[in-house]
Design a protein around this ligand. Structure first.
Ligand code: 8X3
Length: 257
C-alpha cells in the first residue's frame, strides 16, 4: 500500500485477472481506492498491479476453495486499512448443452464459482466491510439471472441463484452499514467469457457477437460498478441491468449483415 496514503479505503475485486474484473480494478484505483486484485492467475495479477502502480495489491485466490478465500481475507486484513468495497466478479459459463444432455460437471463448476464463490468471499469479508461503517458489496450477475435461454441452463440456474443470494443478503443486512448492489450485464464482449463457455473455440465465441454493432465492453461495466459504488452512502442502487443498444432483450439482438 502507498505509505503516503495509508488510510486509503480498500476495494477487493475477484476475478480480476481479465475482462470486467481487471477493468473494474483499474477504474477503482482511479477513483482513489487501494485495490486488492484477486484471481487464480498470479502472472496476470502481477502485470495488472505493475500497470496500476502502488494503489494495487495482488492476491492469488481461487474462489472455489475455502482455504484460498480465507487467505485472501487474511491478506486484506494485513493491509490494515478500512475495507469499504467488495466486487464479487469471479464467475463464468461452461458449455451450451440443452438441459436434456447437460454436463453435471459443468453445472457443478458454474454453481461453485458463481454462487458458492460469491458466498465464500462475501462471508469472509463481511466483518471487515461492516467494521468500516460504510461497506458496499457489488455483485456482478447477468441478464441470465432473470431470463432463461436455450442452452444456457447451467449458467442461467447459477445466475438465478446468485441474484437470490444477493437479494437475501440485502434483506439480512438491513440496518447494518453495508450496501448490497447487483450489476447485471447483457452482451459484453470480453476476451474470455464466450471463449471459456465454448471450451476455447474462438470461431464459436466470435459468432456470439457477429453483426452486433458495439457490444458492451469490460470498461462499460466497470463504469457502472464504479458509479454505483461511489454514490453517497445512503443511496443503494439495488440492481443495474445493462445491455448494448443492439440487445433489446435476451433473444432480441439486432445483427447487421
Ligand atoms: C452474460 C450474458 O447472455 O451470455 O452474462 O447470459 S449471457
Amino acid at each position: 500500500m502507498d505509505k503516503n496514503q495509508d488510510m486509503q479505503n480498500i476495494a477487493v475485486v475477484t476475478g480480476a485477472s481479465s475482462g470486467i474484473g481487471a477493468a473494474t480494478a483499474r477504474r477503482l484505483a482511479g477513483e482513489g481506492f487501494h485495490v486488492v486484485v484477486a484471481a487464480r492467475r498470479a502472472d496476470r495479477l502481477d502485470a495488472l498491479v505493475k500497470e496500476i502502480g502502488p494503489n494495487a495489491t495482488a492476491v492469488e485466490c481461487d474462489v472455489t476453495s475455502d482455504d484460498s478465500v480465507a487467505a485472501l481475507a487474511a491478506a486484506v486484513a494485513a493491509l490494515g486499512a478500512p475495507v469499504t468495497l467488495l466486487v464479487n466478479n469471479a464467475g463464468g459459463a461452461r458449455g451450451v448443452d440443452p438441459v436434456a444432455t447437460g454436463s453435471v460437471d459443468d453445472w457443478q463448476w458454474m454453481y461453485d464459482v458463481n454462487v458458492l464463490g460469491t458466498l465464500r468471499v462475501t462471508k469472509a469479508l463481511l466483518p471487515a466491510l461492516e467494521a468500516s461503517g460504510r461497506g458496499t458489496i457489488v455483485t456482478v450477475g447477468s441478464t441470465a439471472a432473470f431470463t432463461p435461454y436455450e442452452g444456457g441452463g447451467g449458467y442461467v440456474a447459477a445466475k438465478h441463484a446468485e441474484t437470490a443470494l444477493v437479494g437475501t443478503l440485502r434483506l439480512e443486512l438491513c440496518g447494518k452499514p453495508v450496501r448490497v448492489i447487483e450489476v447485471d450485464p447483457g452482451m459484453v464482449r470480453t476476451d474470455e467469457f464466450a471463449l471459456n463457455r465454448f471450451g476455447g473455440d474462438q470461431d464459436r465465441a466470435d459468432s456470439v457477437y457477429a453483426g452486433v454493432r458495439e457490444p458492451l465492453v469490460a470498461d462499460d461495466i466497470a463504469d457502472c460498478i464504479a458509479w454505483a459504488a461511489t454514490r453517497p452512502q445512503h443511496v443503494n442502487v439495488d440492481r443495474l441491468v445493462v445491455r448494448p443498444v443492439a440487445q433489446a432483450a435476451q433473444h432480441k439482438v439486432h445483427r447487421e449483415q
